[in-house]
Design a protein around this ligand. Structure first.
Ligand SMILES: [Zn+2]
Ligand SMILES: [Zn+2]
Length: 308
Protein backbone atom coordinates (compact mmCIF):
# COMPACT_ATOMS: atom_id res chain seq x y z
CA UNK A 1 0.00 0.00 0.00
CA UNK A 2 1.38 3.40 -0.93
CA UNK A 3 1.69 6.36 1.38
CA UNK A 4 -0.75 9.19 0.93
CA UNK A 5 0.31 10.75 -2.39
CA UNK A 6 1.47 14.32 -2.64
CA UNK A 7 0.28 16.98 -5.06
CA UNK A 8 2.62 19.09 -7.10
CA UNK A 9 0.48 22.23 -7.36
CA UNK A 10 1.25 25.07 -4.98
CA UNK A 11 -1.55 25.44 -2.44
CA UNK A 12 -3.12 28.87 -1.97
CA UNK A 13 -2.09 30.79 1.11
CA UNK A 14 -3.89 30.01 4.35
CA UNK A 15 -2.67 32.75 6.61
CA UNK A 16 -1.43 36.16 5.59
CA UNK A 17 0.76 36.42 8.65
CA UNK A 18 2.88 34.04 10.65
CA UNK A 19 1.86 32.85 14.07
CA UNK A 20 5.41 33.69 15.19
CA UNK A 21 4.73 37.37 14.58
CA UNK A 22 1.43 37.11 16.38
CA UNK A 23 3.11 35.41 19.32
CA UNK A 24 5.72 38.14 19.55
CA UNK A 25 3.03 40.85 19.54
CA UNK A 26 0.80 39.02 21.98
CA UNK A 27 3.61 38.47 24.44
CA UNK A 28 4.28 42.17 24.71
CA UNK A 29 0.67 43.08 25.44
CA UNK A 30 -0.87 39.85 26.74
CA UNK A 31 -3.02 37.25 24.98
CA UNK A 32 -6.52 38.11 23.87
CA UNK A 33 -9.37 35.62 24.17
CA UNK A 34 -12.40 35.57 21.89
CA UNK A 35 -15.28 34.98 24.21
CA UNK A 36 -18.04 35.63 21.71
CA UNK A 37 -17.22 35.03 18.07
CA UNK A 38 -18.81 32.29 15.96
CA UNK A 39 -16.21 29.70 16.96
CA UNK A 40 -16.10 30.38 20.68
CA UNK A 41 -19.86 30.85 20.88
CA UNK A 42 -20.15 27.20 19.84
CA UNK A 43 -17.76 26.27 22.64
CA UNK A 44 -19.90 27.96 25.27
CA UNK A 45 -23.24 26.87 23.77
CA UNK A 46 -22.22 23.21 23.89
CA UNK A 47 -21.16 23.62 27.54
CA UNK A 48 -24.48 25.33 28.27
CA UNK A 49 -26.36 22.67 26.28
CA UNK A 50 -24.72 19.91 28.33
CA UNK A 51 -25.59 21.47 31.69
CA UNK A 52 -29.07 22.72 30.73
CA UNK A 53 -29.87 19.52 28.85
CA UNK A 54 -29.02 17.31 31.83
CA UNK A 55 -30.97 19.64 34.15
CA UNK A 56 -34.06 19.48 31.90
CA UNK A 57 -33.92 15.77 31.05
CA UNK A 58 -32.83 14.71 34.55
CA UNK A 59 -29.84 12.65 35.56
CA UNK A 60 -29.50 9.35 33.72
CA UNK A 61 -26.90 6.66 34.34
CA UNK A 62 -27.76 5.31 30.89
CA UNK A 63 -26.97 8.74 29.43
CA UNK A 64 -23.78 8.99 31.48
CA UNK A 65 -22.67 5.59 30.14
CA UNK A 66 -23.52 6.69 26.58
CA UNK A 67 -21.36 9.81 26.96
CA UNK A 68 -18.33 7.78 28.10
CA UNK A 69 -18.92 5.09 25.47
CA UNK A 70 -18.80 7.68 22.69
CA UNK A 71 -15.89 9.42 24.44
CA UNK A 72 -13.65 6.45 23.55
CA UNK A 73 -13.70 6.82 19.74
CA UNK A 74 -13.61 10.62 20.08
CA UNK A 75 -10.52 10.57 22.28
CA UNK A 76 -8.91 7.99 20.01
CA UNK A 77 -9.29 10.38 17.07
CA UNK A 78 -7.83 13.22 19.15
CA UNK A 79 -4.75 11.29 20.20
CA UNK A 80 -4.20 9.09 17.11
CA UNK A 81 -5.40 11.78 14.69
CA UNK A 82 -4.73 15.36 15.77
CA UNK A 83 -1.74 14.42 17.88
CA UNK A 84 0.22 11.32 16.84
CA UNK A 85 -0.53 11.37 13.10
CA UNK A 86 -1.05 14.97 12.02
CA UNK A 87 1.23 16.71 14.52
CA UNK A 88 4.01 14.13 14.81
CA UNK A 89 3.64 11.82 11.77
CA UNK A 90 4.29 8.91 14.14
CA UNK A 91 2.93 6.35 11.65
CA UNK A 92 1.90 6.15 8.02
CA UNK A 93 -1.40 5.50 6.34
CA UNK A 94 -3.22 5.92 3.02
CA UNK A 95 -4.72 9.17 1.85
CA UNK A 96 -8.25 7.79 2.36
CA UNK A 97 -7.55 6.76 5.97
CA UNK A 98 -5.78 10.07 6.53
CA UNK A 99 -9.06 11.75 5.58
CA UNK A 100 -10.98 9.52 8.00
CA UNK A 101 -8.56 10.48 10.78
CA UNK A 102 -9.09 14.17 9.92
CA UNK A 103 -12.89 13.83 9.89
CA UNK A 104 -12.89 11.87 13.15
CA UNK A 105 -10.55 14.33 14.85
CA UNK A 106 -12.49 17.39 13.71
CA UNK A 107 -15.75 15.81 14.87
CA UNK A 108 -14.35 16.57 18.35
CA UNK A 109 -14.47 20.31 17.59
CA UNK A 110 -10.88 21.36 18.16
CA UNK A 111 -10.57 23.20 14.83
CA UNK A 112 -8.80 21.92 11.74
CA UNK A 113 -6.11 19.24 11.87
CA UNK A 114 -3.74 21.67 10.14
CA UNK A 115 -4.47 24.39 12.71
CA UNK A 116 -4.09 21.91 15.61
CA UNK A 117 -0.84 20.44 14.28
CA UNK A 118 0.71 23.86 13.58
CA UNK A 119 0.04 24.98 17.15
CA UNK A 120 1.17 21.71 18.64
CA UNK A 121 4.48 21.80 16.77
CA UNK A 122 5.17 25.20 18.34
CA UNK A 123 4.47 23.65 21.76
CA UNK A 124 7.23 21.11 21.18
CA UNK A 125 9.65 23.52 19.56
CA UNK A 126 9.46 25.97 22.44
CA UNK A 127 8.17 23.72 25.24
CA UNK A 128 7.41 25.90 28.25
CA UNK A 129 9.79 28.57 26.89
CA UNK A 130 8.67 32.04 25.73
CA UNK A 131 6.59 31.58 22.57
CA UNK A 132 5.01 28.26 23.61
CA UNK A 133 1.36 28.75 22.68
CA UNK A 134 -0.08 26.77 25.57
CA UNK A 135 2.27 26.68 28.52
CA UNK A 136 1.33 26.73 32.20
CA UNK A 137 4.73 28.13 33.07
CA UNK A 138 4.46 30.98 30.56
CA UNK A 139 0.76 31.84 30.58
CA UNK A 140 -0.92 30.19 33.57
CA UNK A 141 -3.25 27.26 34.11
CA UNK A 142 -6.41 28.43 32.35
CA UNK A 143 -4.57 29.72 29.31
CA UNK A 144 -2.76 26.39 28.90
CA UNK A 145 -6.02 24.50 29.47
CA UNK A 146 -8.34 26.30 27.05
CA UNK A 147 -7.34 29.93 26.45
CA UNK A 148 -5.23 28.94 23.45
CA UNK A 149 -8.20 27.43 21.60
CA UNK A 150 -10.37 30.50 22.29
CA UNK A 151 -7.69 33.01 21.40
CA UNK A 152 -8.18 35.81 18.90
CA UNK A 153 -4.40 35.91 18.45
CA UNK A 154 -4.11 32.26 17.46
CA UNK A 155 -6.91 31.84 14.93
CA UNK A 156 -4.64 31.70 11.88
CA UNK A 157 -2.97 28.50 10.67
CA UNK A 158 0.77 29.00 10.30
CA UNK A 159 1.32 27.29 6.97
CA UNK A 160 5.08 27.21 7.34
CA UNK A 161 4.77 24.65 10.13
CA UNK A 162 2.51 22.21 8.29
CA UNK A 163 3.80 22.14 4.73
CA UNK A 164 3.48 18.34 4.81
CA UNK A 165 -0.28 18.67 5.40
CA UNK A 166 -1.04 21.81 3.37
CA UNK A 167 -0.56 19.99 0.07
CA UNK A 168 -3.81 18.06 0.48
CA UNK A 169 -6.81 20.07 -0.75
CA UNK A 170 -9.24 18.01 1.33
CA UNK A 171 -7.33 18.89 4.51
CA UNK A 172 -7.25 22.56 3.51
CA UNK A 173 -11.02 22.53 2.95
CA UNK A 174 -11.58 20.86 6.30
CA UNK A 175 -9.24 23.34 7.97
CA UNK A 176 -11.36 26.21 6.68
CA UNK A 177 -14.72 24.58 7.44
CA UNK A 178 -13.48 22.80 10.54
CA UNK A 179 -16.86 22.70 12.28
CA UNK A 180 -18.62 20.67 9.54
CA UNK A 181 -17.74 17.15 10.88
CA UNK A 182 -18.99 18.11 14.36
CA UNK A 183 -22.27 19.46 12.94
CA UNK A 184 -22.76 16.22 11.00
CA UNK A 185 -22.12 14.15 14.14
CA UNK A 186 -24.50 16.32 16.18
CA UNK A 187 -27.20 15.98 13.51
CA UNK A 188 -26.71 12.22 13.23
CA UNK A 189 -26.84 11.83 17.01
CA UNK A 190 -30.13 13.73 17.16
CA UNK A 191 -31.57 11.79 14.20
CA UNK A 192 -30.76 8.45 15.83
CA UNK A 193 -31.62 9.16 19.45
CA UNK A 194 -33.46 12.49 19.76
CA UNK A 195 -32.80 15.00 22.55
CA UNK A 196 -31.53 12.32 24.94
CA UNK A 197 -28.77 11.29 22.53
CA UNK A 198 -27.99 14.88 21.55
CA UNK A 199 -27.52 15.96 25.17
CA UNK A 200 -25.63 12.93 26.48
CA UNK A 201 -24.07 11.49 23.31
CA UNK A 202 -23.00 14.80 21.82
CA UNK A 203 -22.97 17.75 24.27
CA UNK A 204 -21.88 15.98 27.48
CA UNK A 205 -19.50 13.75 25.51
CA UNK A 206 -18.04 16.79 23.74
CA UNK A 207 -17.41 18.61 27.02
CA UNK A 208 -15.68 15.52 28.44
CA UNK A 209 -13.56 15.20 25.28
CA UNK A 210 -12.53 18.85 25.34
CA UNK A 211 -11.46 18.91 28.96
CA UNK A 212 -9.95 15.41 28.78
CA UNK A 213 -7.76 16.62 25.92
CA UNK A 214 -6.92 19.92 27.61
CA UNK A 215 -5.59 18.18 30.74
CA UNK A 216 -2.52 17.22 28.72
CA UNK A 217 -1.62 20.86 28.17
CA UNK A 218 -2.42 21.88 31.73
CA UNK A 219 -2.33 19.06 34.33
CA UNK A 220 0.31 16.96 32.50
CA UNK A 221 2.74 19.86 32.85
CA UNK A 222 1.97 20.16 36.60
CA UNK A 223 1.32 16.80 38.25
CA UNK A 224 3.19 13.53 37.87
CA UNK A 225 6.66 12.04 37.72
CA UNK A 226 9.53 13.14 35.52
CA UNK A 227 11.57 10.23 34.16
CA UNK A 228 13.46 12.29 31.58
CA UNK A 229 15.24 15.60 31.97
CA UNK A 230 13.36 17.48 29.26
CA UNK A 231 13.62 21.26 29.05
CA UNK A 232 9.91 21.61 29.89
CA UNK A 233 7.70 20.68 32.86
CA UNK A 234 6.08 17.60 31.28
CA UNK A 235 5.05 14.75 33.60
CA UNK A 236 4.04 11.11 33.44
CA UNK A 237 0.65 10.70 35.10
CA UNK A 238 -1.17 7.31 35.08
CA UNK A 239 -4.60 8.80 35.87
CA UNK A 240 -4.34 11.20 32.93
CA UNK A 241 -3.01 8.37 30.74
CA UNK A 242 -6.19 6.43 31.49
CA UNK A 243 -8.42 9.45 30.84
CA UNK A 244 -6.71 10.26 27.55
CA UNK A 245 -6.05 6.75 26.23
CA UNK A 246 -2.29 7.03 26.73
CA UNK A 247 -1.46 10.72 26.40
CA UNK A 248 -0.74 11.07 30.12
CA UNK A 249 2.76 9.61 29.62
CA UNK A 250 3.59 13.13 28.60
CA UNK A 251 7.15 13.32 29.88
CA UNK A 252 7.90 10.23 27.77
CA UNK A 253 6.33 12.01 24.82
CA UNK A 254 8.34 15.20 25.25
CA UNK A 255 11.49 13.08 25.55
CA UNK A 256 10.81 11.30 22.23
CA UNK A 257 7.98 12.92 20.31
CA UNK A 258 7.92 10.94 17.10
CA UNK A 259 7.03 7.61 18.72
CA UNK A 260 3.61 6.14 17.99
CA UNK A 261 3.57 4.90 21.59
CA UNK A 262 3.69 7.14 24.64
CA UNK A 263 3.75 4.38 27.24
CA UNK A 264 7.37 3.28 26.91
CA UNK A 265 7.16 0.19 29.16
CA UNK A 266 4.65 -2.65 29.19
CA UNK A 267 3.06 -1.41 32.41
CA UNK A 268 2.49 2.08 30.96
CA UNK A 269 -0.90 1.35 29.38
CA UNK A 270 -1.45 3.23 26.15
CA UNK A 271 -4.83 2.33 24.68
CA UNK A 272 -4.28 4.47 21.58
CA UNK A 273 -1.13 2.53 20.79
CA UNK A 274 -2.88 -0.83 21.26
CA UNK A 275 -5.59 0.28 18.83
CA UNK A 276 -2.97 1.48 16.33
CA UNK A 277 -1.23 -1.89 16.60
CA UNK A 278 -4.58 -3.57 15.91
CA UNK A 279 -5.15 -1.34 12.86
CA UNK A 280 -1.62 -2.17 11.68
CA UNK A 281 -2.48 -5.88 11.75
CA UNK A 282 -5.12 -5.17 9.11
CA UNK A 283 -2.84 -2.91 7.05
CA UNK A 284 -4.88 0.22 7.81
CA UNK A 285 -1.80 1.98 9.23
CA UNK A 286 1.87 1.02 9.04
CA UNK A 287 5.43 2.03 9.93
CA UNK A 288 4.54 2.81 13.54
CA UNK A 289 7.55 4.67 14.88
CA UNK A 290 9.05 2.83 17.86
CA UNK A 291 11.23 3.93 20.77
CA UNK A 292 14.94 3.01 20.41
CA UNK A 293 16.34 1.24 23.48
CA UNK A 294 19.01 3.85 24.22
CA UNK A 295 16.42 6.62 24.19
CA UNK A 296 14.06 4.71 26.44
CA UNK A 297 16.80 3.89 28.96
CA UNK A 298 18.17 7.43 29.07
CA UNK A 299 16.75 8.14 32.55
CA UNK A 300 18.67 11.27 33.25
CA UNK A 301 16.18 12.90 35.60
CA UNK A 302 14.24 12.21 38.76
CA UNK A 303 11.79 14.43 40.59
CA UNK A 304 14.45 15.19 43.17
CA UNK A 305 16.98 16.26 40.56
CA UNK A 306 14.68 18.52 38.59
CA UNK A 307 13.53 21.75 40.14
CA UNK A 308 11.52 24.52 38.56
ZN1 LIG B 1 3.40 19.17 26.47
ZN1 LIG C 1 3.05 16.16 20.98
Amino acid sequence: MADAPTLSSTPPSIASHSVDNTVARAQTRGWRVNYFNAATLGFWLIHLGAVAGVAMLGWSWRGFALAWLLYLPRMFFVTAGYHRYFSHRAFKTSRAVQLIFALGAQATTQKGVMWWAAHHRVHHKLSDQPGDLHSVRQSGFWWSHMGWILSRDLEATDETRIKDLAKYPELRWLNQYWYVPALVVAGATFAVGGWFALVWGFAVCQVLTWHGTFTINSLSHLFGARRYRTTDDSRNNPALALLTLGEGWHNNHHHYQVAARQGFYWWEFDITYYLLRALALFGVVWDLHGVPGHIREDHAATDAEVTH
